[in-house]
Ligand binder design. Structure first.
Ligand code: PLP
Length: 371
C-alpha cells in the first residue's frame, strides 16, 4: 500500500508510541492526586507541556490540552458568545475547515454576526480585505494557518498585525501547519492557535490550544481545576506524552523533511506534465511541504480515488471530513477552479514514510486511469 493522505492523518511515529506505553498501563496515576504514585504522571504532564511550548515559541502556561483541532476551534469560536455585546462580530475566511465553519454557524444561530473573507485564486486571504472588513463591532478574527485542501499558507503575521492594530484578538487554526513548518507564536503575534497531534505523527484525539498570556477566553469545560480551570477533565497523559514526543521529533527533522517532500512533489508533477494530461495545480507557491492538490480536466475525482484505491494507493478528493460529500468543496469553489476541472480534483499529501518511488508510482497510476 502507498499511503499519501497525510493531511487526513499520519502514522504514529515509533518514538511517540514507545513514549506512551508506560502511561497506558503501569503509570496510571491521576496527575491531580498528591500521593507519590501520581508523581510520574504529573511530571510527564509538566515535561510534555514544556516540550510543546518550546516547539512553538510559547511558554508552558500558554498551552492548554484539548481533544484535538475540532475542540480547540470550537472553544475559540464559541468563546465569542461571551464577548461584550458591542463586540458581537467574528471575521473568518471562506476556506476554513468545518470545525470553524460549523462553529460559526452555531454562533450565528445565537446572535453573533460572522463575516467570511474571500480568497484569491491561490487561496490567500489578503490583509487589506481584513482591514476593510473590520468594524467597531468586530471582536475576534480567525484565519487558518494553512489550508487542509490546497495547502496554501496564509500571511498570518500580517493578518495578526491588522487585527491587533484594530484592538482585536487573532486566532489561527494551525492544525495542518504545526510540526510541518516553523512556527513561533510570539514572533507571529497570534493570540490563539489550534493544533492536533494526529496531523504530525502523534496519537489521535489529542491536541492543544495556545492561549497567549493575558488573552481572556472563556473556559471551555467546567469541572475540576485542570488546564488552569479552563478545560476541566482528567488529563490523557499517554496521548499528551505521545503528542510531545512526535512534535519534538518533527520539529527537529523539519528542514530535511521539507527538502524530501518538495522533491516528491516535483517528481509527481513533472511526470504528470510529461504525460500530456490536462490539469491545474491548486494552491499557492507558498504551500505546505508535500501537499499537492490537482484538478484534472473533464475527470471525476471520486472515480479516480476509487480506481487508485484498487491499486493500493490512498489519496483524497478534498478534506477527509468532506469525503461523504461528493459535491465540489467550498475551498475549490472559493479559489474558482474552472467548472471543467473542479470535479476532477484530488489531494495527494506526502508524509514521513513516503519515498521517491511512491511519487513515481502514484503518477503512473493516475496516467493509467486517465489516459
Ligand atoms: N482544522 C483543520 C485545518 C484540519 O485539517 C482538521 C482536520 O482535518 C481539523 C481542524 C480538525 O482536527 P481534528 O481531526 O484533530 O479534530
Amino acid at each position: 500500500m502507498i499511503y499519501a493522505d497525510n493531511a487526513a492523518t499520519t502514522k504514529l511515529c515509533v518514538e511517540a508510541y514507545d513514549s506512551m506505553k508506560p502511561y497506558l498501563h503501569d503509570q496510571y496515576g491521576n496527575a491531580s492526586q498528591p500521593y507519590s504514585f501520581s508523581r510520574p504522571a504529573k511530571e510527564a504532564l509538566r515535561s510534555a507541556r514544556e516540550t510543546i511550548a518550546a516547539c512553538i515559541g510559547a511558554t508552558p502556561d500558554e498551552i492548554y490540552f484539548t481533544s484535538g483541532g475540532t475542540e480547540s476551534d470550537n472553544w475559540v469560536i464559541k468563546s465569542s458568545l461571551f464577548m461584550p455585546t458591542k463586540r458581537d462580530e467574528v471575521i473568518t475566511s471562506q476556506i476554513e475547515h468545518h470545525a470553524i465553519l460549523n462553529s460559526c454557524r452555531t454562533i450565528r444561530e445565537l446572535g453573533i454576526k460572522v463575516r467570511y473573507l474571500p480568497v484569491d485564486n491561490s487561496g490567500t486571504v489578503c490583509p487589506v480585505s481584513l482591514e476593510n472588513a473590520i468594524s467597531e463591532h468586530t471582536g475576534l478574527v480567525s484565519i487558518m494557518f494553512a489550508n487542509n485542501e490546497i495547502g496554501t499558507i496564509e500571511p498570518i503575521k500580517k493578518l495578526a498585525k491588522v487585527a491587533h492594530a484594530n484592538g482585536l484578538v487573532f486566532h489561527t487554526d494551525a492544525v495542518q501547519a504545526v510540526g510541518h513548518i516553523p512556527i513561533d507564536v510570539h514572533a507571529l503575534g497570534v493570540d490563539l492557535l489550534s493544533s492536533s497531534a494526529h496531523k504530525f505523527n502523534g496519537p489521535k484525539g489529542i491536541g492543544f490550544l495556545y492561549i497567549k498570556n493575558g488573552v481572556n477566553i472563556h473556559s471551555y469545560a467546567d469541572g475540576g481545576s485542570q488546564e488552569q480551570k479552563h478545560r476541566a477533565g482528567t488529563e490523557n497523559i499517554a496521548s499528551i506524552v505521545g503528542m510531545s514526543s512526535a512534535l519534538k521529533l518533527n520539529t527537529q527533522r523539519m528542514f530535511e523533511e521539507e527538502k524530501k517532500l518538495r522533491t516528491l512533489e516535483n517528481i509527481l508533477i513533472r511526470s504528470l506534465h510529461e504525460s500530456g494530461l490536462d490539469f491545474i495545480r491548486n494552491g499557492s507557491e507558498n504551500h505546505l511541504p508535500g501537499h499537492v492538490s490537482l484538478s484534472f480536466r473533464e475527470a471525476d475525482g471520486e472515480m479516480l480515488l476509487h480506481r487508485l484505491d484498487l491499486m493500493g494507493i490512498c489519496i483524497s478528493t478534498g478534506s477527509a471530513c468532506d469525503s461523504v460529500n461528493t459535491q465540489v468543496s467550498h475551498v475549490i469553489k472559493a479559489v474558482k477552479v474552472p467548472d471543467e476541472y473542479a470535479e476532477g480534483t484530488i489531494r495527494i499529501t506526502f508524509g514521513a514514510d513516503n519515498t521517491e518511488s511512491d511519487a513515481v508510482e502514484i503518477a503512473n497510476a493516475i496516467k493509467k486511469v486517465l489516459l
